[in-house]
Ligand binder design. Sequence first.
Ligand SMILES: NC(=O)c1ccc[n+]([C@@H]2O[C@H](COP(=O)([O-])OP(=O)(O)OC[C@H]3O[C@@H](n4cnc5c(N)ncnc54)[C@H](O)[C@@H]3O)[C@@H](O)[C@H]2O)c1
Length: 269
Amino acid sequence: MSDNQNAQDSKTTATKVAVVTGSAVGLGNAIAKRLAHDGFKVVIHDINEDNLKKAEKELTDAGFDVSAVVGNVLKRDDQFKLAKHAVDTFGRLDVFVNNAGVESVAPFLEIEESEIDRVFDINIKGVIFGTQAAAEQMKNQDGIGKIINACSIAGHEGYEMLSLYCASKFAVRAFTYATAKELAKYDIRVNAYCPGVADTSMWERIDQAFVEHKGYEPKQAWNEFTSGILAGRPQQPNDVANLVSFLASEDSDYITGQTILTDGGMVFR
Ligand SMILES: NC(=O)c1ccc[n+]([C@@H]2O[C@H](COP(=O)([O-])OP(=O)(O)OC[C@H]3O[C@@H](n4cnc5c(N)ncnc54)[C@H](O)[C@@H]3O)[C@@H](O)[C@H]2O)c1
């Protein structure tokens, strides 16, 4: 079915509204597209205005009801403006995907304080502010609200050269558990998706960092990380979007406080 046909079908039933942070490219972009296909009105969001405009045009040209907001997840005001924008534009807020995140790849002993601040500001503070902004809106609405966080295999397992990133994703996992408990009384579900090794610009940068720090050949780190995947191939962004689609849907209404791995068979929990 074409995007346009799908958009027409979706629009007739669309009542729910989703926000996806960091959705100009990569996993967030695949998630935004999938939720639009699923019938959501979608607010896309990113710190990179040029890429965001391209993503907005692509979705609008396909006939979907989307709106774009430039913002920085580590700024509390930006996150509250983002949630308000969803309500002002589309009338409500049902799903908030805390997707934006950054990698950090370095030998542990070389990590500087500024890098710790950068990674925790985006990966943790960003998720905390996004959750606050979403929950403030959702608790005053009817229906079930869904907050969905980007975790990782690195939120379940420690990896050499990725200690800071792992620490930030373990924190996302703990935060997901705690907020699921605290927000349950408002009928808000909080879950997380934990991708494995997905083919996005983030992994291009991770691969390059292994070249710089460990003397690897280009693609060597990518090949090492992906060679043992039981599904027999690296992850594509749509593999992740499939899980988020489920977590955003009514089919997952009885699930909360879960951090679900989608990695093709790498980490078993
Ligand atoms: N790619 C993977 O293999 C993988 C695996 C596990 C988890 N993840 C997680 O999934 C999420 C998306 O990863 P990706 O691979 O698509 O990354 P990516 O770097 O390809 O894209 C991330 C997007 O987020 C935006 N962004 C970055 N900082 C931001 C900020 N402060 N405010 C707003 N937007 C910001 C970027 O501009 C970019 O458009 C991240 O949280 C990442 O940690 C990725």
